[in-house]
Design a protein around this ligand. Structure first.
Ligand SMILES: Nc1ncnc2c1ncn2[C@@H]1O[C@H](COP(=O)(O)OP(=O)(O)O)[C@@H](O)[C@H]1O
Ligand code: SF4
Ligand SMILES: [Mg+2]
Length: 369
């Protein structure tokens, strides 16, 4: 695992995206995605839900970024905005920019955007069963991608489908290419989803809680597979999760979301060892630990805010044990606290100092499960 992205390594496989894709080359430092000041709101009968309130994040080639936050913090909406699959209306993007290889996706006509989805930016969803079509064999569904996007004939497309199923380690792929989704286990179905998501060799893969529906052993296998594929293909991977425990070994960097904003971003080990945001500190303290078996698990008190009525000042202040008056008045902006580390917390020094004296969660392991 590295804490810095692979710099400038242009992938040989880029060529397979065709000549028209010459214009989509990562920046000189390998920068693929640059999301700046993204806002998304949902206009509903009950009012306007401010789901995303100024998200900033960057993703480089060969880098795994974990997007972490409690349920409802805006992780999926951020992913859907990047993919261009938000239903608008009710969603609206009043402000912000999403750049892919220097091009603003939000300013692109839908026709061009369709060409980005799949061959450039691809996504794996949490629920493989509802994402796969139950009435078509899995091999057909994978092959169809090659037929539609690459113009392959039927037999070549099937061969490619088998090759991909083998790559995601589906046993006896050639015999099972004609099987239907319900004939596979949950873990195998998620492998098929992964095969489909990487079929067109995307530069960016977004995995939205890809293992949440699976049992723990299968979760680890799927995480390992994603990690291997990401490294082989030098993809930029955004791994969305609500579970800090599952990303420790996989991610290079973590971005912590709360109420539709990035609260802290840091290299993964730095964040575990010494969080620089009171909310991150709470998340780390809530990870179950082997050396504290039998003790009551710490949980952050209170609930995430109502997105139609976000508290003034810091969004986290009603739940924060570090909060002072300034937190109720002024919304902290992301600031750099160390190279590669940003945080939006008025009292990041105090939070960091506490970790220095006690260890982020009272032990050398920094609370990593
Ligand atoms: N289609 C929708 N209509 C109204 N509100 C929505 C819709 N989709 C998402 N939201 C709002 O956006 C918030 C963030 O959702 P989401 O990104 O799915 O959270 P998560 O971090 O759990 O993935 C939700 O709490 C919800 O209030
Ligand atoms: S800004 Fe204040 S309320 Fe917000 S997380 Fe930091 S200390 Fe807590
Ligand atoms: Mg979600």
């Amino acid at each position: 695992m590295t804490s810095t992205p692979t710099k400038g390594a242009s992938r040989a496989s880029h060529a397979t995206r065709g000549e028209q894709d010459e214009e989509f080359r990562p920046g000189p430092d390998g920068l693929l995605l640059d999301v700046a000041d993204l806002h998304v709101e949902f206009h509903t009968r009950d009012g306007v839900a401010h789901a995303i309130n100024g998200v900033n994040l960057q993703l480089h080639e060969g880098e795994t970024l974990a997007l972490l936050g409690e349920s409802g913090s805006g992780k999926s909406v951020t992913a859907q905005a990047i993919m261009g699959i938000l239903d608008m209306p009710p969603a609206k993007i009043p402000r912000g920019r999403i750049s892919y290889c220097g091009r603003d996706l939000l300013a692109m006509p839908e026709k061009q955007r369709r060409h980005i989805r799949g061959p450039h930016i691809s996504m794996i969803f949490q629920d493989a069963l509802s994402s796969l079509n139950p009435v078509f064999p899995v091999g057909w569904q994978i092959a169809e991608m090659f037929r539609v996007h690459r113009g392959m004939n039927r037999s070549d497309a099937y061969d490619e489908a088998v090759r991909l199923m083998e790559q995601v380690r589906i046993p006896a792929a050639r015999e099972r290419v004609k099987a239907f989704p319900h004939q596979f286990s949950g873990g195998m179905r998620q492998r098929i989803m992964i095969a489909m998501s990487i079929a067109l060799d995307p530069a960016v893969l977004i995995a939205d809680e890809p293992t949440t529906a699976l049992d723990v052993t299968v979760q680890a296998q799927i995480m390992n597979l994603l990690q291997e594929l990401q490294a082989e293909r030098s993809m930029g991977l955004i791994l969305i999760t609500h579970d800090l425990g599952v990303v420790a070994d996989v991610a290079d960097r973590i971005a912590v979301m709360y109420a539709g904003r990035i609260m802290e971003t840091a290299p993964v080990l730095d964040l575990y060892r010494q969080p620089a945001h009171a909310y991150t500190r709470g998340l780390i303290d809530s990870i179950p630990r082997l050396d504290q078996k039998g003790q009551e698990l710490y949980a952050i008190g209170g609930l995430p805010p109502n997105l139609m009525n976000i508290p003034a000042g810091c969004e986290f202040n009603p739940r924060c044990r570090f909060a002072q008056d300034v937190c109720r008045r002024e919304r902290p902006q992301l600031e750099e606290v160390a190279p590669g580390r940003l945080t939006a917390c008025h009292f990041w020094r105090e939070v960091m100092a506490e970790a220095e004296t006690t260890g982020a969660s009272g032990s050398d392991e920094g609370g990593v499960r």
